[in-house]
Design a protein around this ligand. Structure first.
Ligand code: NAD
Length: 523
């Protein structure tokens, strides 16, 4: 990681990936800085929890209003540091966060308040049950650079509204966007110690994992995720892991080629292909393969690549040259093994070291790196398949399982097939936008991760559930306490017959035998 960074002693340089300009140099947090941040968060958290759910929701409302006011400045800050076209910063980052805030404003109270639990058994009916949702305490959040605002913000908002304090370690490539998020939250009323940002590379993240946090929400690569899971397991630290993807797109024989090819091009090249939910593999029914691949190539050639600050730019730079090299290696492997390059297939060094031409590959095979490893760049590999069954088999033949999409004119057929795909989300006739549905849980299966963020399930991750069991008859000894004996055994057998016997006669005779329970002698 350090190769792309300009580290001067304990400093990190935030760079503009389009121009290479240094935006700012920042101090890197040491292990003791991380520990101090966590201990300040721990001290501040109880008061934040006592502040109350309704008042925390009001703080979120204020955050949302301030973000809305500053939407264009925040979008520009994201583009400067992450490179994506400014309209993508607005839509896939700012809008997603405004929506996530709205979801919590509208739903956090009903989802987090105590919930009565009715008991079914005649004996446990004497007890009142309730689910109480408590904050974990301090939540550590470690985030990547590709959605430097929407990923940490959606997770932080859910953690805060549930009454937790947050210590966020953003990617070393995008620290300024994280500081912008913290500043918006502080100005909206979140106490400084309740939401802190620690800047640094992997070691700062590792220090946060090792610190006495109560839960960790990590978003990043499978490699880092596995390392974190191992370290968290040693001390039973609960974790949510949002990891990589190799999302398949299945184009069925009845798909609309024009719509599906536009979707493939957007799904593969939005954020220069650096989205966990990018279309990374495309399986097309053999009858549509040629027209579909041609349409994709044609549309790809029309994309304008450049600086994301230019509002005409469709595809911006990749984050760092290191990422460009991975893309190049995957494309070269495919080319050497017989893939046809229909568009792109090379870097765009005239624009700068971080630019790669949007690339369409045909005649790829399932065993090529481009179909197996996460490319995380602007490449759309297209493969022909025989029928729906083969498409599903190929889609599931992957270590990843984040999301998938199915393209068909028959939504019912799409939904039936969707149930056979191993993934956290399957979209019928759309790609990627599930991340922006604030009600939808986001997360994967297999190597794509553990747990969920966003929506109801994302909020559930931010609380622990306590069961509050209150007896309605505090002056009465429980029927099952000591004072056993043969007659009690028979009475209990009768009770089980009464409750679970199939025949009415069994239940009635059971009730007669059980009736004596209330008169038995107890200690
Ligand atoms: P990364 O794993 O290199 O880094 C992610 C974060 O972890 C960074 O903040 C980094 O500094 C930190 N980190 C690195 N080493 C660490 C360690 N040993 N202990 C603790 N923290 C450490 O990933 P990246 O390159 O920033 O992001 C790209 C990856 O993220 C891709 O694989 C992509 O698919 C994945 N991603 C997943 C989702 C999702 O929701 N599933 C979303 C976005 C990105």
């Amino acid at each position: 990681m350090a190769t792309d960074l300009q580290i001067v002693a304990r400093k990190i340089a935030s760079l503009n990936p389009a121009t290479g300009e240094t935006l700012r140099e920042l101090d890197c947090a040491s292990e003791s800085d991380v520990l101090s941040a966590v201990s300040r968060a721990r001290a501040a958290q109880p008061q934040w929890a006592e502040f109350g759910l309704r008042r925390r929701i009001e703080v979120l409302r204020e955050f949302q209003a301030r973000l809305f006011e500053r939407k264009s400045e925040v979008a520009a800050a994201i583009t400067r540091e992450a490179g994506k076209p400014v309209v993508e910063s607005l839509v896939t980052e700012v809008l997603v966060v405004l929506d996530a805030a709205q979801f919590l404003i509208d739903n956090a109270f009903s989802l987090l308040r105590d919930e009565p639990v009715p008991h079914a058994n005649i004996v446990t009916k004497m007890k009142k049950g309730a689910l109480v949702r408590e904050p974990h305490g301090v939540i550590g959040i470690i985030s990547p650079w590709n959605y430097p605002f929407s990923i940490p913000a959606t997770e932080t908002l859910a953690a805060l509204v549930a009454g937790n304090a947050v210590v966020l370690k953003p990617s070393e490539f995008t620290p300024l966007v994280a500081l912008e998020l913290a500043s918006l939250l502080h100005s909206a009323g979140v106490p400084k110690d309740v939401m802190q940002v620690v800047i640094g590379e992997g070691p700062a993240g590792a220090a946060l994992v090792e610190s006495p946090i109560d839960k960790l929400v990590f978003t990043g690569s499978v490699t880092t995720g596995k390392r974190i899971a191992a370290s968290a397991a040693a001390r039973l630290l609960p974790v949510v892991l949002e990891l990589g993807g190799k999302d398949p797109m299945l184009v069925l024989d009845d798909a609309d080629v024009d719509v599906a090819s536009s979707a493939a091009v957007w799904g593969a090249f939005v954020n220069a292909g650096q989205a966990c939910l990018s279309v990374e593999r495309c399986y097309v029914h053999h009858r549509l393969f040629e027209p579909f691949a041609e349409a994709c190539a044609e549309k790809t050639k029309q994309l304008r690549v450049g600086n994301g600050m230019d509002s005409h730019t469709d595809v911006g730079p990749m984050i760092r040259e290191r990422q460009v090299k991975i893309v190049d290696a995957h494309v070269e492997d495919a080319r050497a093994r017989g893939a046809r390059v229909l568009a792109g297939g090379h870097s765009l060094s005239a624009l700068g070291p971080n630019f790669y031409a949007p690339t369409v590959l045909a005649d790829v095979r399932q065993d090529m790196r481009i179909m197996r490893e996460e490319t995380f760049g602007p490449v759309l590999p297209i493969m022909s398949c025989a029928d729906d069954d083969e498409a599903v088999r190929l889609a599931n033949d992957s270590e990843y399982g984040l999301a998938a999409s199915i393209w068909t004119r028959d939504p019912k057929r799409g939904e039936r097939l969707a149930r056979r795909i191993h993934a956290g989300t399957v979209m019928v006739n759309d790609v990627i936008s599930c991340f922006g549905i604030s009600e939808a849980p986001h997360g994967g299966v297999k190597a794509s991760g553990v747990g969920r963020t966003h929506g109801r399930f994302g909020l559930d991750e931010m609380v622990r559930v306590k069961y509050l069991d209150t007896d309605r008859l505090p002056g009465m000894k429980k029927l099952w306490w000591h004072g056993y004996g043969e007659s009690f055994r028979r009475q209990m057998e009768g009770f089980l017959d009464m409750r679970f016997g199939r025949a009415l006669t069994t239940r009635l005779s059971g009730a007669l035998r059980a009736a004596g329970i209330v008169r038995r002698k107890q200690l």
